[in-house]
Design a protein around this ligand. Sequence first.
Ligand code: CO
Length: 154
Amino acid sequence: MAIRNVVQIGDEVLRKKSKPVKEFDEKLWELLDDMRETMIKNDGCGLAAVQVGVLRQAIVLDVNHMKLEIINPQIIDSFGEQIEKEGCLSLKGQWGWVKRPQEVTVKAQDRYGNEFVITGVDLLARALCHEIDHLSGILYSDIEIKDYKEKKKK
Ligand code: CO
């Protein structure tokens, strides 16, 4: 396992679309292991492969003490909305208010290629949406509500 470099905003790779994973092999497992180590080292709770410069649809998450690996995800259902603060390891030291569904259901594969369905609410819903956005080249800063705090005070 190795800690990889986290790509920062401004690098064009973050804007590219990630391709589906087709080979569920040792190379993928090494990538996932490295991503988890890199995420932990950087005090993050989620990381997409593109953030270490690999354009594959692979995500690691550590939310509510759940260690998740999400390969080739598709959002198949969503419900409600929430507006909460988000940060990103590719935008170090920054955060913003982002509107997300309250609940999402995602179909994905694990590191062996087995399909599963996961439903996340609150933080997990937000984390799933944030990381899945990375696979399309979208950063939270693209969709953040810049004047949300001011609106709340009024
Ligand atoms: Co991010």
